[in-house]
Design a protein around this ligand. Structure first.
Ligand SMILES: C[S@@+](CC[C@H](N)C(=O)[O-])C[C@H]1O[C@@H](n2cnc3c(N)ncnc32)[C@H](O)[C@@H]1O
Length: 259
């Protein structure tokens, strides 16, 4: 898929209503972003790339919490528009800009960034080796990558995983095991400095969102977020919860330093 195709695809996928839905359902991300940044010692003045910034909250939080200057990128047009409006309405304490960019093929210079951060996005970006090699290119030697992502928890996933993948087969979704990420990073010129997988906290996060979604009024979901088929989403959340409970899917947190 070319960069232009990726941008068109993600722009269709993440329209304004989807972005608003993400904010409503998964909006409490400050603690996670704080964790991702603290793990690699982000500091005032550093230049940081936030991959898959969506509505801009992660980038704005990185600026406010660490005083670094942030470039947020996303392949969905509406996500970048929303991010730009948010930054204009509430100007952050340090520079932040947003660009419509395919993270696998960026316009940035070699070694331009001190650090790269990303939350729950790599799973949506097909061709992970290309993505990691692009991250390596634009990062300074000694720079750090910190990300969390949906990762496969078991080498041989069970029935719940198969049912869930079947349900989501139309979606761009490529899941790696934590050890596959670690290998890929090592092969691409990084030293892995942190790797852990979170099980309970991820289960609780999805459980509470599932409950909120299931309890929501289908008509309101339709009006606010264009969700035509509330029952489909309830089923989808249920299947997702199953793969978290079986630990076939975990929340991996990995950090690595460019050699
Ligand atoms: C699951 S959302 C996560 C958004 C946000 N980081 C969060 O955790 O709330 C994935 C984001 O990745 C973006 N994305 C997908 N493919 C991309 C690509 N090739 N380059 C940049 N962003 C991409 C999508 O448009 C979407 O906003």
């Amino acid at each position: 898929m070319s960069t232009q195709e990726a941008i068109e695809f993600m722009s269709d996928w993440y329209d304004e209503r989807t972005n608003a839905y993400i904010e409503w359902c998964f909006g409490d991300i400050e603690d996670v972003v704080q964790d991702l940044g603290s793990r690699i010692g982000l500091q005032v003045g550093m230049r940081v790339l936030d991959i898959g910034c969506n509505n801009g909250s992660s980038s704005l939080h990185l600026v406010d919490a660490f005083g670094c200057s942030v470039v947020g990128v996303d392949a969905a047009r509406s996500a970048i528009e929303v991010s730009q409006i948010r930054a204009q309405e509430n100007p952050p304490s340090a520079p932040v800009v947003f660009h419509l960019v395919d993270a696998r093929d960026t316009p940035f210079l070699d070694g331009e960034f001190d650090a790269v951060v990303s939350k729950d996005t790599f799973v949506n970006i097909v061709d992970r080796p290309r993505l990691i090699s692009e991250i390596c290119r634009i990062m300074k030697p000694g720079g750090h990558l910190s990300f969390c992502d949906w990762m496969q928890g078991n080498e041989e996933p069970g029935e719940a995983f198969k049912v869930w993948r079947e349900f989501k087969q139309e979606e761009p979704f490529e899941m790696l095991l934590p050890r596959e990420y670690e290998l890929l990073l090592k092969d691409s010129g990084f030293v892995v400095t942190h790797s852990d997988k979170r099980v309970e906290v991820f289960q609780e996060r999805i459980k509470s969102r599932y409950a909120a979604f299931a309890a929501a009024d289908p008509e309101e979901m339709q009006q606010r977020f264009g969700i035509e088929d509330h029952a489909y989403f309830v089923e989808r959340f249920g299947l997702t919860l199953n793969v978290l409970l079986s630990q076939d899917v975990v929340w991996g947190h990995i950090a690595a330093r460019k050699v």
